[in-house]
Design a protein around this ligand. Sequence first.
Ligand SMILES: [Zn+2]
Length: 248
Amino acid sequence: MKYKQYLPTYSHTFQEYSGWLTVETEHYIFYYTKGSEAEKDIEHIKERQEQAFQKIVTELKVPVLGQKITYYFYPTPELKTELMGDDWFAQSIYGEFCIHVLYTLQDKPIGEHEDTHLLTLPWGISINFLQEGLAEYMVGHNWYGEPHDECVREGIAKGYELSPSKILTEKDWLDTPQDGAVYFYALAGEWIKYLIETFGLEVFKKLYTECTREETAETIRKKYQKHTGKSIEELEEDFSQKLAIYSK
Ligand SMILES: [Zn+2]
């Protein structure tokens, strides 16, 4: 299977790097470097990812493809940039079924998020808001460990426009403010929780699969209506009420 991904600086130097240590588990292959934080934590990492894998395939009922997920752990942003072209914390590469992670004493971005992107590929690549939301829903909290609903309420109080009906296309998602990223990811996670709990996994799955990156705002609206029987504004109203009730 081939998947389109926009990674202009992506490099495969990591494949020729001689400094890797490696270990395999039932569903993963991990690469890490000697003396690194990842090496220290490797037993925990193995356990944590196998647990994430089980959670994702069990809760989302995705078919298990039999291919192992490969993780590359980089100890510094410099080495990550040198070996794969980018210093961002975590990226999953769809076509290669691998994940590149900057793993340091301060930042240890492991768990369900990137694995959800890879393991749900049989459902196709959905619009960003649903795709990131599904990954965050599987994590179950924001990246500081706080509940998504609390994080969304905090973002609203700070004045961010946290409105699912306004985040439809890829452009809408990319246009959300960078300084509010934690709130928008939390909103996406909470939105997916609402959709799955209200309409069930099967309905959600159809909506997710049909809302491809090629859809326009208008056709995405129609998909929401088709699968849930409600307009996205009605859904958002219901969602907001539930979110407000939880706060009391
Ligand atoms: Zn993501």
